[in-house]
Design a protein around this ligand. Structure first.
Ligand code: UDP
Length: 452
């Protein structure tokens, strides 16, 4: 391949909102570096995606995810989605890579950057002679914990919901408890061991076989975990938070922008922003506890209630919120990064998904975390006990706790001060000469060299 043609990267995210956002930010960074990028969606998501938000010059291709089009893509169908992506999806991906060999619309592929939870995407690319890098869209601390799952099982430190200290994750012996460990795809309230966890952990560790692992994190936040992961990888790049310099997210739900004008009408740091991300579901009882707790704080709040988030129909929920007082605003999906940047937002009640955590961190907004599943349990522990930029509700959800934690997050100068300091540091990290910016430059060079 001649050195005059631009490098051409195929970016292939796992077909869920958080993964798509994060890998679109990466895509924007690669386009800025002068690369050609082809973004590989599932057909279902491509039909839902807000295309207006996509970076210009981006080529979109799709593969089927294997589920019928009207099948819900919710947390309850994650196992089915996984199975069909690993069969139907992977076969279509192989066929697509083969067809791209004789593609006249773009230069030959320089490499694939595949979501780090799809080992097949790395293996198939390499088998067909295309170098593959893995991109894991979660935190380094969760990555290290997943790498440690075999040790945790050996030491008997799973199942989870217990306060016992954990010894099985290196470097975290002082503060990590069983209830802070990452989970499988189901929320096991009873703490039963999820056999899927071993499979997930193995899939995640598979990035060690890729040419490199890319993480959306910064050395200033997660240096110790990064140092422990590095020896397991052929190369490691920590280039986050990507959205701070290359915001290119696009939503699968339509964003309700009207909440921005509503925020404009509120005083500085007077509003609580509440969102549990794209997958978490809550029971009607939990909804009632959140609502009562929020109302009891006396603060105005903006609450994202996705249509598929509570079993009860949306109108009943909206009615309940309305009855609770005029200080509340409900939307089905918010322009979240804009909301977190708004001067009126005083704290963020969140599930602690990694994108949400980074978005709050970059804006210096204190968090209250109610982790739902996967990496969120360990992210929230880091928020509460390591970075101390927020508070961790962990598995407790009742009105008194919601009220107390939200009040503290709104009013504590110490939390705000630390959150602000972290935001300042992250700005330095992504600016020219900063650690994440330098690693991104090194990644661009790494990909260019793959062409030689
Ligand atoms: N998000 C959004 N509007 C909302 C809720 C979430 O744009 O109303 C975005 C949010 O900014 C983040 C992503 O959706 O980029 C959620 O990813 P995260 O990793 O926080 O959680 P997940 O949805 O994967 O559980």
């Amino acid at each position: 391949q001649g050195m005059d043609a631009p490098a051409h990267v195929l970016v292939f995210p796992w077909p869920l909102q958080g993964h798509i956002n994060c890998m679109l930010h990466l895509t924007a960074a690669l386009l800025d570096a002068g690369f050609r990028v082809t973004f590989l969606h599932t057909e279902h998501n491509l039909s839902r995606l807000a295309r207006a938000a996509l970076p210009p010059g981006l080529r979109l291709l799709s593969v089927p995810d294997g589920l019928p089009d009207d099948h819900p893509r919710s947390v309850r169908s994650l196992k089915e989605l996984t199975e069909s992506m690993f069969t139907t999806g992977s076969a279509a991906y192989r066929a697509l890579l083969l067809s791209l060999r004789s593609d006249s619309d773009a230069p030959p592929l320089t490499c694939v950057i595949a979501d780090g939870i799809m080992p097949f995407a790395v293996d198939i690319a390499e088998e067909l002679g295309v170098p593959a890098l893995a991109f894991r869209t979660a935190s380094a601390c969760s990555y290290l914990a997943y790498l440690s799952v075999p040790t945790l099982v050996e030491l008997g430190e799973v199942p989870f919901p217990a306060d016992d200290p954990v010894r099985g994750v290196p470097g975290m012996e002082g503060f990590l408890r069983r209830r802070d460990l990452p989970r499988g795809v189901g929320r096991s309230e009873d703490g039963a061991f999820d056999p899927m966890l071993l499979a997930i952990a193995e899939g995640i560790a598979h990035a060690g076989k890729a040419r490199a692992l890319i993480l959306n994190t910064a050395a200033s936040m997660e240096g110790p975990a990064l140092a422990r992961i590095a020896p397991h990888m052929r190369d490691l790049f920590a280039i986050g938070p990507l959205h701070a310099e290359h915001d290119a997210a696009a939503s699968l739900w339509s964003e309700d922008d009207s909440c921005m004008a509503w925020l404009d009408g509120h005083g500085d740091r007077s509003v609580v922003y509440v969102s549990l991300g794209s997958l978490a579901v809550i029971s009607h009882e939990q909804f009632t506890e959140f609502l009562a707790g929020l109302v009891a704080t006396g603060y105005a709040f903006l609450w994202v209630l996705r249509p598929d988030m509570v079993k009860t129909t949306g109108s009943v929920l909206r009615e309940a919120v309305k009855e609770a007082g005029s200080k509340a605003r409900v939307v089905e999906w918010a322009p979240q990064r804009g909301v977190l940047r708004h001067r009126a937002v005083g704290c963020f009640l969140t599930h602690g998904g990694w994108n949400s955590t980074l978005e709050a961190a970059a804006e210096g907004v204190p968090m209250v975390c109610w982790p739902f599943f996967a990496d969120q349990q360990i992210n929230s522990r880091f928020v509460g006990a390591v970075w101390r930029t927020g508070l961790d509700m962990k598995d407790l959800c009742n009105r008194a706790i919601v009220q107390g934690k939200v009040r503290e997050a709104m009013e504590s100068g110490e939390l705000r001060g630390r959150a602000h300091a972290m935001a300042q540091q992250l700005k330095l990290d992504v600016a020219v000469g900063g650690s994440s910016s330098s690693d991104l430059e090194r990644l661009v060079g790494f990909i260019r060299e793959l062409r030689a």
